[in-house]
Design a protein around this ligand. Sequence first.
Ligand code: G16
Length: 542
Amino acid sequence: MTKLTIATQPIAGQKPGTSGLRKKTPVFMGPHYLENFVQAIFDVVGCAGKTFVLGGDGRYFNDRAAQVILRMAAANGAARVIVGQGAVLSTPAASHLIRLNKTDGGIIMSASHNPGGPKEDFGVKFNMPNGGPAPEGVTEAMYKRTTEISEYHIWESQDVDLGKIGRQSLGGMIVEVVDPVTDYAMLMESLFDFKAIAAMFSGGFRMRMDSMCAVTGPYAVEILENRLGAAKGTVVNAVPLPDFGGMHPDPNPTWAHALMDEMFGQNPPDFGAASDGDGDRNMVVGAGIYVSPSDSLAVLAANAHLAPGYAKGIAGVARSMPTSAAADRVAKAMGLECFETPTGWKFFGNLLDAGRVTICGEESFGTGSDHVREKDGLWAVLLWLNILAVRKQSVAQILAEHWAKFGRNYYSRHDFEAIETAKADAMMAELRGSLAGLAGREIEGMQIAAADDFAYTDPVDGSVSKAQGVRIMFADGSRIVLRLSGTGTEGATLRLYLERYSAGPQGLDLDPQQALAPVIRAAHTLAAIATHTGRSEPDVIT
Ligand code: G16
């Protein structure tokens, strides 16, 4: 075995987005593409003598990318890499292993909720020693490094056997292959009342968990069926496949429609859930009732103390800016600090590290807590189960009581996908240019109270993130947010977030799209979406 130093040249566009570098798989498989980016990571964070975690969601190219990354880590002088068996780790499990083993960070191979396969998506991101995604300053440095890279280092060797649990050596570096599930399952047992949940299952409680042929299958089978005694077959699409069985592993009502059909059909299970490609997202559904992610965050924040891991209460709550203000109302009622951060889990890291918040969430089906530094799909499912086991009520009853107490934030997100980038940019530029004159204007019978381009100053380290999305706030608590996706791999994706508040007691059980109709019309008028993009209907509504 020899260490090789390969001459290379910068490849344009290796700029990490909201969650690391995401591109089409053939792009990642192109000459030097993966290698350049991985070398840039090591050049920025340092590699000699360090220990890292490595794993991915098992999508196409995951196994081969892992071998390349291991060979490069060895050639760059890493001391040890802890790898999930088969190069598989869910994103939250990887975050946990980074923290548990006090490593110098980790590399996660995933394009999350995006489809996998030879022509679909792939991604690589670096997580810091705290277990969370690298902050903007670090990803910017990695990007800059890719623009000046001239060589990378790699061992010339055969593949490491990642099927075999235990320690092996690669050019002097220890490769430690671990079971992907065990440590994560233990963490979940430490947070939740497994006895109470198991008693609920043995009492006849029925659940459906759709793992969407993605990474959570083995985790969900072990935890829900083996440890908690849910009926065999509770977890469906439980075997992870490189192309996710052709599915789009995004747990929302559009893509998890089989689960939705079952939950709204005849004799539905008591509780349904789905998770995404890499296991950090979740959708929860009750029998005949859908729980929006923003409401889920609010319910979890209000009830977390019912689980042993949070029995002492929570320190505070954080939500991404486009997420509805439902959680703010809970925080206010409980006298907790509440933070509004830019989109992307990395912005929660400092608040969690500083102990300012315990529970965080995003409208994009992400919820999590300070137990790791990623959002965590199965964690959210288990916290819901714990709450259901203690309150002994249905999901519908819990939501109804929640809205009666706090009011209801009707909420929806409309996505317009694969828009020509120039058109999307022009639309946002024009909208940004109009913001100064909006306050005080009336539209669709609602008065605009304020409008801005969201900027965030991190309360812990003072770093400033600008241009995070346009907010148009109305006097009645309604709100419109527009931003362009930072994770799309094709053209631009416009995300339009819509919110309207009802204090109750009337008007708590409307259809969200109906309740939001005037807000939707106002958004289209103010942003002139159809004029700029030619689109009047969204591709995906969540
Ligand atoms: C989307 C969501 C964000 C989320 C991000 C990453 O970003 O809107 O809320 O943080 O994906 O999620 P994941 O880690 O599951 O890929 P964007 O920029 O496309 O809106």
